[in-house]
Design a protein around this ligand. Structure first.
Ligand code: HEM
Length: 462
């Protein structure tokens, strides 16, 4: 039954959305390797968006892609102990995450996740909302008082997400230290933006392949930066006295021994949160801005919902939770433009998923990019239609929607990211109308879902 809320969203206009070139058939191995260096999204041919289970061999290894949520539940939940992170993903993240939460497995992962989970509970995230708001206010203040201006929002959102990560996680207040952090992280991104020959060897199953010199140099710089930041903080006794994530990490005690986390573990967790949380959120905000620009009618609907309270002060957490049109708009953008477009695993044992026999050593792919555009799961999958997430006045999330992954290893920062996005979106819509000043960018699958060019947006004060 349709509710009043179902009718608030404007009907889909059918505007054509930017997408990658989709090959008509499976690419040859050399072509696949070339495509992997340039745009991973272009590896998946048209029939991947119709089939539920796909298999191919690449460099002597079986690769499976699963598109059925029931199979994905088996992989990521019921049989999860039979799978680990796939070595190439771990390899690309290793210089920054070391042995942090993202990289570890089994008992070590359970110990770390239990220790970190309290920092990501909603009561802590709600306490961060004023910090998100303040950083967004500062970004907009830097834009000046022009009635109309053109901005590179990708760059602005990267700086904002970095400042928010620095502020909310590590209480870095000053611009100089945020800038230094940005330069460090850019060095990491440069060193991992393309696969090198060593990565291909690792992909082919060679173990013990060293990282390239620039990644090793980054690792050393990162370790000394993060260790210095952790050392410069006074000791903290318990979780409730913690002011940010770093405090929480320093207050974590081992359940059996009561020992605090070792210095190098804290350094690796800091790196993990930066690597997993900063670019992903910036990219999500960027694609949200693109969708706003392509759908002016939605801007009005969201503005009406989000601007009912005072823009000058931070939003109340309950108001954010009640902003259902905004949530649906964000969910629909994350459906079509998931920043983490593929999640990969390595089979550590023989297994059977649905009807598929999987041998130890196979690579398993769950690709939100493909799943979210799959013809079996979505009506008119290439249409931007936030109303598909609203039923009977409530936001409803279908099983095939998983931009944050699924199962016990689901993104620990999901609530953090969604709150941050809503706070920024609210402030931006309260102040500006957003349009694109040039052609629409196309998505490119690299570390996260990047655009092929950094477009200028036109911002007009309201
Ligand atoms: C829109 C923003 C974000 C998206 C789309 C996103 C997406 C994801 C996905 C898909 C995974 C699961 C990977 C897998 O199963 O292999 C993941 C894991 C993770 N994310 Fe996020 N993430 C976002 C923001 C954040 C933020 C803000 C943080 C930290 C503050 C964060 C921290 C992590 C960590 C630590 C993991 C690993 C969890 C584990 O292995 O137990 N993420 N993220």
């Amino acid at each position: 039954m349709a509710s009043a809320l179902d009718t608030v969203f404007p009907p889909p206009t059918g505007v054509s959305l930017p997408g990658p070139r989709v090959p008509l058939c499976e690419l040859s191995t050399p072509r696949t390797l070339w495509t992997m260096r340039h745009n991973l999204l272009e590896m998946w041919p048209a029939h991947y968006y119709r089939a539920l289970r796909l298999h191919r061999r690449l460099l002597g290894c079986d690769h499976f892609l699963f598109n059925d949520p029931a199979d994905i539940d088996q992989l990521l939940i019921a049989h999860r102990e039979r799978y680990q992170r796939e070595p190439t993903a771990r390899r690309l993240l290793q210089p920054i995450v070391g042995r942090g939460l993202f990289a570890v497995e089994g008992e070590e992962w359970r110990r770390q996740r239990r220790g970190l989970a309290p920092a990501f509970q909603s009561r802590h995230i709600d306490r961060l909302i004023p910090r998100f708001h303040q950083q967004a206010v500062q970004m907009i203040a830097r834009w000046g008082s022009h009635h109309q201006q053109q901005r590179n929002l990708l760059r602005d959102f990267r700086a904002l997400a970095l400042a928010i990560a620095g502020r909310a996680m590590f209480s870095i207040e000053d611009e100089a230290r945020t800038g230094a952090l940005g330069v460090l992280i850019e060095g990491y991104e440069r060193s991992t933006s393309r696969l090198g020959w060593r990565d291909y060897l690792a992909l082919g199953g060679w173990t013990g392949v060293r990282q390239a010199a620039d990644r090793e140099a980054f690792r050393q710089r990162w370790q000394s930066w993060a260790a210095a930041m952790s050392d410069s903080r006074p000791a903290i006794g318990d979780l409730d006295a913690a002011d940010d994530l770093l405090d929480l990490l320093r207050a974590v005690r081992d359940e059996s021994t009561g020992a605090p986390l070792a210095q190098d573990e804290i350094v690796d967790q800091i790196g993990t949160m930066m690597a997993a949380g900063f670019v992903t959120t910036a990219v999500a905000l960027f694609w949200i801005a693109v969708m706003l620009a392509l759908h002016p009618e939605h801007q009005e609907a969201l503005r009406d919902e989000l601007t009912s309270d005072d823009a000058g002060s931070p939003p109340h957490p309950a108001a954010l939770r009640a902003a259902r049109l905004c949530q649906a708009f964000v969910y629909e953008t994350l459906r079509l433009y998931p920043p983490v477009f593929a999640v990969t695993r390595l089979a550590m044992a023989d297994d059977r998923i649905g009807t598929v026999e999987i041998r130890r050593g196979s690579i398993i792919i769950v690709a939100p990019w493909v799943l979210h555009r799959h013809e079996a799961h979505w009506t008119s999958p290439l249409l931007f239609d936030p109303a598909r997430f609203i039923h009977d006045g409530r936001v409803h999330v279908p099983k095939a929607w998983m931009p944050f992954g699924a199962g016990p290893r689901i993104c620990i920062g999901m609530a953090f990211a969604l709150s941050e996005i809503q706070v920024v979106l609210r402030l931006m819509l309260q102040r500006f109308r957003v349009t694109l000043a040039g052609p629409c960018p196309r998505p490119v699958g690299r570390f996260a879902l990047a655009p092929d060019v950094e477009p200028l947006f036109e911002l007009t004060r309201r």
